[in-house]
Design a protein. Structure first.
Length: 151
């Protein structure tokens, strides 16, 4: 039952929207359950990101700075929220500090697991690349629109 529940949450991740049951099952099977108590830090801005996380329950907060006393910039409570997607593809740093506002359950997705999916399912790799490219393009357009308003 837990595997099916994890697959259902993973299917809600926009990056995984085109994955079939076999790919979702492989990710769910290889994902590591990760529990985080209220007030604990998931990651700190500037630290190396070795994996990504998918929120399955609870509420996380992204802080404006890198200290637990900093102001909350945004909260996440939607199951299927992917945190650290770039770390699935390459070695990078966390861009934000994220803490648990409530008891949270996450799935930890190690980079080697994701690379296995890309190796075994090349068409999936193309779909994910296209989705990430579209997301990046949308973010660039948004930044350009904001920049125009500020000048």
């Amino acid at each position: 039952m837990a595997l099916e529940n994890d697959m259902a949450v993973l299917a809600r991740v926009p990056m995984f929207a085109t994955l079939g049951d076999d790919q979702l099952r492989l990710i769910a099977f290889g994902a590591e359950p990760y529990d985080l108590v209220e007030g604990r830090r998931l990651c700190r801005a500037g630290d190396i990101a070795e994996c990504a996380f998918v929120l399955t329950s609870g509420t996380l907060a992204r802080l404006a700075g890198d200290d637990e006393d900093d102001q909350i910039e945004r909260s996440f409570s939607e199951p299927g929220t992917l945190i650290g997607e770039l770390s699935l593809l390459t070695r990078c740093e966390w861009q934000s500090t994220i803490i648990a506002q409530t008891q949270c359950r996450l799935l930890r997705l190690p980079r080697p697991l994701f690379r296995r999916i890309l190796d075994e399912y090349p068409n999936t790799a193309l779909d994910i690349k296209e989705r990430m490219t579209a997301d990046l393009s949308a973010k660039v357009r948004l930044m350009e629109a904001v920049a125009k308003k500020m000048s």
